[in-house]
Write a protein that binds this ligand. Structure first.
Ligand SMILES: Cc1ncc(COP(=O)(O)O)c(C=O)c1O
Length: 385
């Protein structure tokens, strides 16, 4: 190649920016329990044994799996939506599989843009999972953040009407990663329908809703909406890559066709295991209790270290305000927590510039590991870094 490419250069992957701090904290705590990694929201607990068994015994290895999802996977997804949220969807035309939801979040803007080339904008929460904005970028679209209302959810009055006219989709995420806030979905859907902007509702933490029953956008009807769900968090299956989207049959139908052409397929054994997982709620109750206990414990530890932290309304993250007295903002507090507590967290700016005054702590470590952090931080005041 003679000339350097002048187009897109991928930015550093957010968590790769923690490599140095992770390395030196791991060295500093070597022999005394090591680093306790609460940065990435990756589950540490086991999936149910029946699910693991289904992975090995489905017999679905040989043939290509259906891109849209097997009938049993889609039936299980529809059944779960019915018993958990009280909503009815037709599994044959209103539900389809995705290969974990990150790829769906990252690729959908591209497919919507191909279909509606006169729109070029993706609206997404200004403090959020970074893949909504990245999906817009990968589609060659404008990623336009929408500020959050004080209690959570998008402040739609703040959206420029020009951006609304150009919008291919509005992403919402309830419960929110990282803030733990819930969204009042009714007004959001009304806004989208009035402007012909599909509302894509990422609900992968729905089972871990602490403040009231779990919410889905499908409760508002299916017209112009998609709910996006994952088995990664609900059933500790992030390693097998299984999720689904459900809602407006016209949108589902378009996306399932284009995704077939792109060769996106959830492996057959994973679909079989996913159906078993969706049919079982007992393991989710156990998991809810684990996260609840860890959230309460770690909140207490942080409070004791001079870092008062709100109780999240949902999800398994603590969104910790950085005291003004801490030098270096979110990165500064990340460094202080690693140095004093041997705990790795994520600076809030990973989730957008509006998150800069926070750090995110994922309670994805067993209690004994969190207690180690508690012991290290006993008597330590981090309020000034
Ligand atoms: C808000 C949100 N959406 C989607 C995902 C992607 O999850 P998966 O691809 O494992 O389904 C994550 C993962 O952390 C997330 O936090």
């Amino acid at each position: 190649m003679s000339e350097a490419p002048s187009g897109f250069t991928p930015p550093p992957y957010p968590y790769d920016r923690l490599t140095d701090v992770a390395r030196w904290a791991a060295a500093a705590f070597e022999g005394t329990g090591g680093l306790v990694d609460c940065s990435i929201g990756t589950p540490c607990d086991p999936p149910p044994p029946a699910v693991v068994e289904a992975l090995a015994t489905s017999g679905a290895e040989r043939g290509y799996p259906p891109s849209i999802g097997s009938a049993s996977f889609r039936n299980a997804a529809a059944g779960w939506l019915a018993h958990r949220f009280g909503v009815q969807v037709d599994p044959s035309i209103e539900v389809a599989a995705c290969v974990g939801t990150k790829e769906f979040v990252a690729s959908t803007a591209q497919y919507l843009r191909l279909r509606t080339p006169d729109r070029d904008t993706v609206l997404y929460p200004s403090i959020s999972y970074p893949t909504y904005a990245m999906g817009a970028t990968l589609a060659g679209c404008r990623a336009v953040p929408v500020a959050e209302l004080p209690g959570g959810g998008p402040d739609l009055d703040s959206v420029d009407p020009v951006d609304a006219d150009r919008a291919l989709a509005l992403w919402v995420n309830t419960p929110s990663n990282p803030t733990g806030h819930l969204t009042d979905l009714g007004p959001v859907v009304d806004w989208g329908r009035a402007r012909h902007v599909p509302v894509l509702s990422d609900e992968c933490y729905a089972e871990f809703t602490w403040d009231g029953p779990p919410r889905t956008v499908l409760s508002t009807g299916i017209d112009g909406v998609l709910a996006v769900h994952s088995l990664s968090k609900r059933s500790n299956l992030a390693g097998v890559r299984a999720g689904f989207y459900a809602g407006d049959p016209e949108l589902v139908g378009y996306l399932e066709e284009v995704r077939k052409h792109a060769g996106l397929m959830v492996p057959g054994p994973v679909q079989a295991a996913g159906a078993v997982a969706l049919d079982d709620d007992e393991h989710v109750e156990v998991q809810r209790a684990r996260y609840r206990r860890r959230l309460d414990y770690l909140r207490g530890v942080l409070e004791g270290a001079g870092l008062p932290t709100p109780d999240p309304a949902g999800g398994f993250y603590l969104w910790v305000p950085v005291p003004d007295t801490v030098p270096g903002g979110g990165f500064g507090l990340t460094g202080a927590l690693a140095t004093r507590g041997g705990i790795l967290v994520s600076p809030g700016e990973f989730y957008g510039p509006d998150g800069a005054g926070f750090v995110r702590v994922a309670v994805v470590q067993p209690m004994d590991r969190l207690e180690l952090v508690g012991a290290r931080l006993d008597g330590v005041d981090l309020s000034s870094g």
